[in-house]
Every structure is written in structure tokens, then in C-alpha cells.
Design a protein around this ligand. Sequence first.
Ligand SMILES: [Zn+2]
Ligand SMILES: [Zn+2]
Ligand SMILES: [Zn+2]
Length: 457
Amino acid sequence: MAGYKVRMDASTADPEMELQQCIVCGKRPEPGQRFHVCSRCVREVSPRYCSEACLRQYVERGRHTRAMCERGRKLYVYDLRVRGNPHAVKYLLGWMSEDSFFKRQRQKQQAILREIEDYGHRTEVAVSPEVASFETDRLYCLVAMSSLSTRGHPDRQPPCDTGALLYDKSVVYPSYQLFPLTAPNPRLNSNGPPRLSPELSVLCGQRVAAVLSTTIAAFLDMAARGLPVAVYPFINCDNRTNIVVDVLFWRKILCRVPDHGNCRSVSYLFDLTPYSVVICAVSFAASRVFGKGKRPSEKLLRDEWRKEIEWEINNIKGLPETIDRICHELALQRDSQPRKLGHRKQKAALNAAVSQLKADFLEAALAYTDQYRRNVIEYIKPGLIDESLAEVTGMTEAEVQRIEAEVGKAEFMPYTKRLMAAVPPAYAPELDGPLVTLADGKQVCEADLLLSTQEFI
Ligand SMILES: [Zn+2]
Ligand SMILES: [Zn+2]
Ligand SMILES: [Zn+2]
């Protein structure tokens, strides 16, 4: 993996010892002594602190925030991917050094392979990758490994802290291997699947394939040593949400692994899981046949907004009646002078006035969508993103020009104008907290300090 220093078993003599010592000052506990853990954290995940002062220092540095206690809990207790793997969670939260984590991970992998060895029966192992940021500022690849066994697997004993899941006919380690795919970059932080350009997805995909080749080689070596292990020839990818993993299949990338037992190399194919093929097939069919949904061009068309508004009005309970009643009252008010019209003509005039008011109402609503469209167009124009408006929306240049002309005259609402003209204050104590003077004499507010110490800015 180019650009990454994975120093095998370097400085860290014993990762477990490192986890017992104070994460702030490095002090080690006396024999039989255990340092404090955070009361909000899951015990297994919390860093250890020799003193209240060290804990406070860490909290102040933004390295142990309340949100992180929560994230740790979420990951360790509920996230099926890293559940029950305290080291992976600590590493993701920045509470375990990279060297230590990798060393501990290798130790656990060896324990897992020993368990397979001890199991004695023939097993087929399979790996499958996933790419996620875990709400951190970099992308990680997580490799799940499953090992088939006889029904009920009464004689299997997965090592602890590996997050092993026991299914009816297999043992699955969802976080068998975790490694970073990218350098830190705040733009990568997301709750959902990573959003990368196709080019960067391919780059990451190739990294995933390279690491997986080494992972599979360990199993082939076991087989070469005469152990009853076979490797499933396909690597499962789930592309429901994951463009990086998707790319492995569509680019027909292979994992080529030397098989020392047979003195040749074996190829493993990436394949999509049936479930993800079904989901993609259905959403493809939906956009093909119904043509509805997310086409961005629709958001630029006045008639689409008109339909949208009419639909909403008619589907909000009581709203059509309310609009009808208010329009009637208004029409009657405006037409209070008695005129010399017959009763029927008067009624027709009233109905016409009501219709006009309703049309004005819809037009006023559409004027709002006009300013929305104008803003979207101006937003995309200055080259903030790589694509042109026509490319983003899938429209022709001529269509785009027509819409630009249509909304060029749209007036922004007074509220919107004020919003656009607003200049934020350089310092707002109520939001920024007190000012802190740094060693170089520069002043920075607490909110910014927290963000910069957390490398968000
Ligand atoms: Zn300490
Ligand atoms: Zn905590
Ligand atoms: Zn070998």
C-alpha cells in the first residue's frame, strides 16, 4: 500500500500494556492496579487515565468529547461491523496508536487462524470488503471473514475481542481486518457511504484488492501446510451503498495470490451479492420505467414545480377548503360596492374573482420556486463543482439557456436578500465561547480551538 507506513511490530512492545497505561502521560499502573475509565464510555472502549487531571487535559484537547463517548458506544454495542472489537473502535476514535492497533490486529488474526486450525474439520473461508469513513476524516476498508462449519458448530471457539458472530453454519468476523485507505481529509467525514469520483474510487478499489491478496495468501499458506482450509473463489462485494467496492466488480479487478502449495498463482473474482444486484436492478427499473424521482433537471422546470405545489395543496388535509374559503371572503370584500348586475352575472363575476385569486396564489408560490431556481443556477455557475449545469441536470445547453433567461428576472424575497447581504461578526462570544491567547500571542476562540485541535479546520 503506497504512501503508508505500516511499521510491522515497531515501537509497541505490547499493545495490551499500552492500553492499560495512562493515555495522556503514559504512566503505567502498579501491579494489580487499574487506572480510571470514563463513566460515560463503554468500559472496554474508554481510554485509561491515571488521574482526574489527565482526563481533564484529554477532554480539553478535544480528544475525548461527549460525542465520542456516544460514538464509541454506538460502534461497540450496535454497529454490526465493529461490534465487540474494542481495538477497532478505539483506533477509529483515535484512542489507540496506529502501530499498536496493527500489531494487535495481527495477533488477533493469528488467534483466529489458530482456531480454524484447531477446529480440525474442513472449512471454506470467504472474505468481503467494505469501505466506510465511520464518521472520521478518512476512509477505511473493513474486511469481513467467514469460516463455514458444521451445523450448530458446537466445537468452535472464536477468540475474544474479535467481534465474532456465530451463525448456524458459519463463524463470521465482520472486522477481521481494518486498515486506512486514505490520508485524513475532513471532506471524507460522512455518515453514509463515501462520495468519490470514479477515478478516486478506482484508486481505492485497487488498494483494497492489493491488501485482500495478502489476506487471502495467509489462508492459502494454511492449505499448503496441509490444513483443511479452502478459499471461496469469489469475494463478495455489496454495492448497495458503496461505490468503492462496486468498482471492483465493474472494473473486473482480480486478486492474484501466489499459491505456494501448487507453485502457481490463483485468481479471485469480485462479485456482487445477490441482494445488492436485486436492489440495483429495482432502482434501475424504477428510474427507467417510472422516470420519476431524482432527476435534477425537474427542479429547474416551472411546470414541474407547479405540479408539485398543486399536488401538495390538494393532499394537505383541509388546505384546499381553507384556500377556497379565504379567496371567497377576499373576493366578497373587494366587491363590496353594490353594482347594477343581475344576480347571475354577479355570481359569475364573483367566481371569476375567486379563480383569479387562486391563480395569483399559485403564481406567488411559483415566484418562490423561481428564486430557488435562480439561486441554483447561480450556485452552479461559478465553477464550484467540476460539472456544468447541463451536465449536472442532463439537459441540453439550449434548455439551460432558456431557463436561465426565464429566472434571470426572478426577484429574491426581502428575507432572502437580507440573508445574502448579512456579514457575520468576526467574533460572537455567545457562540464562540471565550477567547484564548495562544503562545504566539494570537487570539482564538474556544470553538475554533476545539475544531483546530480536532483537525476539522
Ligand atoms: Zn496520566
Ligand atoms: Zn467517554
Ligand atoms: Zn508461503
